[in-house]
Design a protein around this ligand. Structure first.
Ligand SMILES: Cc1ncc(COP(=O)(O)O)c(C=O)c1O
Length: 383
């Protein structure tokens, strides 16, 4: 049997990982500034995370949600404390798309409405509602097409206001990434997020903060939406939550009340997933990694801004993007093959940095040296 060929892949096999480094099957070491797509939050194979998962595995890995699982409550308490949303309610699931799907559904259960407002260049996942709210036709099958999603330009306050004035009573939810990831590291303006809060309050819509990629401390605050100083009604989270162990969740404001059977999952919130998620929060706190994301992120941004060839350096904390001019289009590839550094990308010409929040300053320094070297080499060959 062959694999279903839906991923363009790099010709490299990773067999070992530790902290911000990975090794291939030939023993070659790579600096990982991609974090397996923003997933590695506390560092690859962190010893506390390994230990907690191993210990849990020895006791019980899984039982369904038909019984009490105290680890879920422990996780809810810890998450409430670290995120500052102590009065919210946690629902656990398995992936970012599922988290967004559940959030959009929950909003509709809550206010009985059907319309969703989403934004240009958004990415919310590949399940039916999440993909319908995703602004990329390549991911949307005909069966996902719906009139229920209204796309507006990101950060256009006037368009938002006009949309609410016209459709306000039909709008169930507004879903927005605090910083768009797949769309190319586009930061939602603080004033725009505040306006979303205002209109959602005025018209009874639910504000959904997609924090799947920009959440879990990556930007220097637990949720990047927190920079706006207003609360969303539902936050969705996944990637960094398990440091590679598949676990996701949504937290729901107290005014949204649950009814039995509205949401459900077989695997979500299993013992092993909770142990992994707890280990992540424990390490985030113990090693002060959210503060590290701010510090190392600032260093990287300052240094990148000082490289004249790179344009429009943007982002927050350790979620950074910049535009690469056409003549340096091989930069990402060369960083990987010549310098052994993994970075992320967004079409057409954006490099994305999504490293572990434990990235060390000396690794960031190495990256800056390497990128300068590769830019110089590309310029030399062009001349
Ligand atoms: C902002 C955002 N939302 C949702 C998703 C979907 O997450 P998953 O791939 O875990 O379904 C992603 C994945 O890249 C994402 O970046």
């Amino acid at each position: 049997m062959n694999l279903f060929d839906v991923y363009p892949i790099n010709d490299v096999t990773i067999v070992k990982a530790k902290g911000s480094y990975v090794w291939d099957d030939k023993g070659e070491q790579y600096l990982d500034l991609y974090g397996g797509h923003a997933v590695i939050s506390i560092g690859h194979t962190h010893p506390h995370w390994v230990k907690r998962i191993e210990e849990q595995l020895e006791k019980i890995a899984f039982y369904s949600n038909s019984i009490k699982i105290p680890l879920q409550q422990e996780l809810a308490m810890k998450l409430g404390k670290i995120s500052g949303k102590e009065d919210y309610q946690l629902f656990l699931c398995n992936s970012g798309a599922e988290a967004n799907e559940n959030a959009l559904k929950m909003a509709s259960f809550h206010n009985g409405r059907k319309k969703i407002v989403a934004f240009s260049k958004s990415f919310h996942g590949r399940t039916s509602l999440a993909v319908a709210a995703t602004d990329n036709k390549n991911y949307t099958a005909p069966v996902n097409e719906t009139d229920n999603v209204i796309f507006l330009p990101l950060n256009d306050e006037q368009a938002l206001e006009e949309c609410f004035k016209k459709n306000g009573k039909q709008i169930s939810s507004v879903i927005i990434e605090g910083i768009q990831g797949v769309g190319g590291i586009n930061v939602a303006d603080v004033s725009f997020l505040k306006k979303i809060r205002l209109f959602c309050d005025e018209y009874g819509a639910v504000y959904i903060a997609d924090s799947v990629q920009c959440g879990y401390g990556r930007t220097g605050k637990f949720f990047s939406h927190d920079f706006a100083g207003v609360n969303a009604d539902i936050y969705t989270m996944a990637k960094g939550m398990g440091n590679g162990f598949p676990v996701a969740g949504i937290i729901i404001a107290p005014h949204i009340k649950p009814k039995h059977f509205q949401l459900g999952t077989t695997f979500g919130g299993n013992h092993l997933a909770c142990a992994a998620a707890l280990a992540v929060l424990e390490v985030l706190e113990e090693e002060k990694l959210i503060g590290n994301a701010t510090l190392v992120g600032k260093y990287l941004r300052d240094e990148l801004e000082a490289i004249p060839e790179l344009k429009n350096v943007r982002g927050r904390g350790l979620m950074i993007g910049f535009d690469v001019p056409e003549e340096l289009k091989d930069l990402k590839k060369n960083l990987l093959w010549n310098q052994k550094i993994f970075t992320g990308e967004a079409k057409p010409n954006v490099i994305r940095l999504l490293p572990s929040l434990a990235l060390k300053k000396r690794d960031a320094e190495q990256f800056i040296e390497s990128i300068k070297e590769e830019i110089a080499l590309l310029q030399e060959t062009a001349n």
